[in-house]
Each structure stands twice: as structure tokens, then as C-alpha cells.
Design a protein around this ligand. Structure first.
Ligand SMILES: C[S@@+](CC[C@H](N)C(=O)[O-])C[C@H]1O[C@@H](n2cnc3c(N)ncnc32)[C@H](O)[C@@H]1O
Length: 453
């Protein structure tokens, strides 16, 4: 087993970065070519390929193995002005590094043969939690049709197109989503995840998933996301063994699993759409799980991590670098305190006129510097007071919001990564959308390690 770094030494300001050598990939000699979907500002790419440009030593990040992203797609719905994430991606990886067009249109063109997408060994991407229900159609080969604009169906279509004769089926997939995906929708608990798993099973993939709270593995942000690793394999997996010792467990060690649950999915995603979770109050999918051939083993798991633990205080820049607009203005302090505080007050729904008692607890204000931060969201930027934006107390007792370089580092991007001509609000938006790059990094390292055994 390799030395998996406790926390990859990437992350704490360019100035403090330690250069590491991505030396020995042992038996894994061939390159793992990647297509990055919904690429944003390149979180998967940074975590897996790393970044090594002698002209930008401050942005150095170690690679997780012989990974090479050869194709990427990123398009923010809206006008050209909204394409700031794709511009950031191009600024770092080259003008032709990303196709900046709606994935749906890109796949139409690929299917029509008017563009090519290179064959890859691995497909990665973070996609939103949407309604994945399907309608049955006889016209579609798969027998199902998802709603337009629901991005899972573009991932599935990408994979299906890559399974056509003359193409190379990707061996691995790695996807990221909010942990709510395991439970949604409220009316049919777990249905959407069952649909996703059965889609992957229909193409011959076996799956490991884990809900990972990055702070539990030493990263400076509490961010809970589900990571779905899929492998196309002729081997029959021992599901319990894989749960305890698979790629995910290698990347994110867990205590011995005490009890697990087994279930069987419908093979046809449309059947899962119609019937899975009907009448169930809770989802059967737990924080960790394994699936092959629609048979699932799932369990609650506890982290077993003994490395360094980083905090919000570890990513702060020097106060001399903080522009004045980031400090909370005296006349706005009351608004901040009200929004962060506990409430119990009558409210009225503007549309229906319905009156109710609104309650919420107090948030820590200012945010603790000796703990990992709360999850950063896309609305973190801007001066308007808000309940969820972070506010810290400076050494001289002033209160301020986080600057973009600090948000970059909370996601384990190098400080300044999103400083590519965007506004500060756009930088915050990109980081709210992105992921903790150390998570795919550790999964990538564990995958290579696993493949070399
Ligand atoms: C959850 S974010 C993923 C961010 C990325 N992992 C990163 O590290 O920055 C989803 C991304 O999908 C992009 N997106 C949304 N709809 C899209 C579409 N129809 N085609 C291509 N990309 C889309 C969004 O602009 C957003 O950047």
C-alpha cells in the first residue's frame, strides 16, 4: 500500500506548498485517459492529473497516478457572459482544453458524427441532484427517456454512445453529487439513486459509493458529498469484502462494518422509476454501499482517520491582502447578527396568506477558526449580509467575510486558481459549485494502488 498522504500537501497557499514527486506508479504503466463532464473550474482534473506548470509553481498539485484528462465539457446555462468557469479552465489548461457548449448539444453532434470525442478509460463529473424519473418509450433502445435538462441522462447517454461498436467503453467512472441524492425524492425514498445504479448496471458497471464529509478526513471544510465509483469488470465482486476493503475504503479508511443490509434493484431503470421506494419513509441506501448486477450491499460506516486535521484558520491570507469591502460595516452588524441568530417569529406566506411560526437556531458568529469551515455555497460572495456566508474575527477584533483566495483553498484548489478575470462574486460561485480536490485525489491514488495489487 502506498503512503496515502494524510492531507495532500497541496493546499495551504502557494507560498507554503511543498513540492511532491509523483514518482512510482508500480504496475500501472498505462495512462488512464479521462473525460471530465460538467468540468467547472477543473476540480476532478486537479485532484487526479495534478498540475505541474513550471511557469506557475504556486499552482503545483501532485497527480494521483497516471491520469490524463484528454477531453472536458463545461457550459453554464445562459449567455456568453456566464462562461467564466470555462474561461478559468482554459486559462489553466489551454484554449482547446474544454468544449464550452451545452452537453446535450455536444452529444447530439457526436451522435450525428459531426464532432469526435476521444475514447477514454474514465469518465468523471459532478452533476446536480434533479428529478431522475423516467418515461417509458418504445422508440428508445434503452426503453427509457429522462426529462430534458436532467444532466444524469447526458452522462448515461455519453456512456451508452461510448459502448457502441467501434468505440471503447470507459472502464471507470467517478461521479459526485449532494448526499441528498441517496434519499430523493421525498415521495419515493431512494428512487433516484436506484435509477442511477440500475443505469450503470445495465452497461455492466459495478459500483462503490460513499458519502464523504471532507472534514472527517482532515480537510479544512465540512462538505458532505456522495462519490460514486464505477468499474466495468468481468470479475464477480464479493460485495461485503468490497465494502470493507474496496477502493473507497482504501481512500477513506473506516472502522470495521458492524452490520450491512442487502437489497435487489429492478434491472430496468424504468421499473425503479415506477416502483422503487413507493410507500417507504426512509431510503434503504446508507452512507456506503456496493452494487453489482443490481444486487446491493449497504451500511452505515464510521471514519477511521488518524492524520492531520486542517481548520478554517489554516487557509486565511494575511490581513494586509484583504480589501476593505470584506470587513463588516458597523451599520450592517445588526443585520448580520439578526440573520445568524436564533429566531422564533410569526410569518406569513406571501402567496397563500398562510400564517405560521418560523423558528431556527443560532449559527456560530463569527465562524470558529479552530475548526473546519461550514460548507461553502455558490452565494458566498457579495457584501449583502447573509446567514450562510462565513464571517471571521481578525486578530485585531474586526469582522470580515472570506476572500476568494481563502474559498479556493477551502476546496483545496491553489490560492488564486479562480483569479482569471472573474469578479469576486463569480469566484465564490465557482468555488460553491466545485469540490474538495483532495477527495478525487485520494480516490485516484487508492484506485491505482488497487489496480496494482
Ligand atoms: C456541480 S458543478 C461541477 C463543478 C466542477 N466539479 C468543479 O470542480 O468546478 C456542475 C457544473 O455543470 C455545469 N453545467 C450545468 N449545465 C450544463 C450543461 N447543460 N452542459 C454542460 N455543463 C453544464 C455548470 O456550469 C457547473 O459548472
Amino acid at each position: 500500500m502506498w503512503d496515502l498522504p494524510n492531507v495532500p500537501a497541496i493546499f495551504y497557499n502557494g507560498r507554503k506548498q511543498v513540492r511532491r514527486h509523483s514518482s512510482d506508479w508500480r504496475n500501472v504503466s498505462s495512462e488512464i485517459k479521462i473525460a471530465e463532464l460538467f468540468a467547472g473550474v477543473g476540480g476532478f482534473r486537479l485532484g487526479l492529473d495534478g498540475y505541474d506548470d513550471p511557469e506557475h509553481p504556486d499552482f503545483y498539485m501532485p497527480s494521483a497516478g497516471p491520469f490524463k484528462t484528454v477531453w472536458a465539457n463545461q457550459w453554464e446555462p445562459g449567455s456568453d457572459r456566464r462562461q467564466f468557469a470555462a474561461r478559468c479552465y482554459k486559462a489553466h489548461f489551454g484554449e482547446n482544453s474544454v468544449v464550452n457548449e451545452d452537453i446535450h448539444a455536444v452529444l447530439d453532434e457526436y451522435e450525428a458524427g459531426t464532432i469526435d470525442i476521444p475514447d477514454v478509460d474514465m469518465v468523471v463529473g459532478g452533476f446536480p441532484c434533479q428529478d431522475y424519473s423516467v418515461a417509458r418509450t418504445l422508440s428508445q433502445a434503452s426503453g427509457i427517456e429522462g426529462k430534458k435538462g436532467v444532466l444524469w441522462w447526458d452522462i448515461y447517454r455519453f456512456l451508452r454512445l461510448k459502448h457502441l461498436p467501434g468505440r471503447k467503453a470507459p472502464r471507470y467512472c467517478l461521479f459526485e453529487n449532494v448526499d441528498r441524492l441517496l434519499k430523493s425524492p421525498a415521495s419515493q425514498r431512494g428512487r433516484d439513486f436506484a435509477i442511477i445504479l440500475s443505469c450503470l448496471a445495465s452497461l455492466g458497471y459495478a459500483v462503490e459509493w460513499r458519502v464523504i464529509n471532507s472534514a472527517e478526513y482532515g480537510f479544512p471544510q465540512r462538505r458532505k458529498r456522495v462519490y460514486i465509483f464505477a468499474e466495468k469488470t468481468p470479475e464477480s465482486w464479493n460485495l461485503e469484502g468490497r465494502l470493507a476493503n474496496g477502493v473507497m475504503a482504501k481512500a477513506f479508511p473506516i472502522l470495521p462494518v458492524e452490520s450491512s443490509f442487502e437489497l435487489q434493484l429492478f434491472e430496468n431503470p424504468a421499473d425503479n422509476s415506477d416502483k422503487f421506494g413507493v410507500g417507504m419513509k426512509t431510503s434503504p441506501f446508507r452512507a456506503a454501499g456496493v452494487m453489482q448486477g443490481c444486487r446491493v450491499v449497504t451500511a452505515d460506516v464510521l471514519e477511521d482517520f488518524h492524520g492531520d486535521r486542517k481548520t478554517l484558520g489554516d487557509v486565511l491570507v494575511s490581513e494586509s491582502e484583504v480589501p476593505e469591502e470584506y470587513y463588516v460595516r458597523e451599520e450592517k452588524l445588526g443585520d448580520w447578527k439578526y440573520l445568524k441568530g436564533a429566531k422564533r417569529e410569526p410569518r406569513k406566506n406571501k402567496k397563500t396568506g398562510y400564517e405560521y411560526m418560523y423558528t431556527e437556531g443560532a449559527m456560530s458568529f463569527p465562524d470558529a477558526l479552530d475548526k473546519p469551515s461550514r460548507t461553502i455555497l455558490t452565494g458566498e460572495g457579495g457584501t449583502t449580509p447573509s446567514r450562510f456566508k462565513h464571517v471571521i474575527e481578525t486578530p485585531d477584533g474586526r469582522l470580515r467575510r472570506l476572500v476568494p483566495d481563502e474559498l479556493d483553498q477551502l476546496q483545496c484548489f491553489p490560492a488564486g486558481w479562480t483569479n482569471t478575470g472573474m469578479t469576486d462574486g463569480q469566484r465564490a460561485f465557482c468555488m460553491g459549485n466545485a469540490l474538495v480536490t483532495g477527495i478525487p485525489h485520494r480516490i485516484g491514488r487508492a484506485l491505482v494502488d488497487f489496480a496494482s495489487e
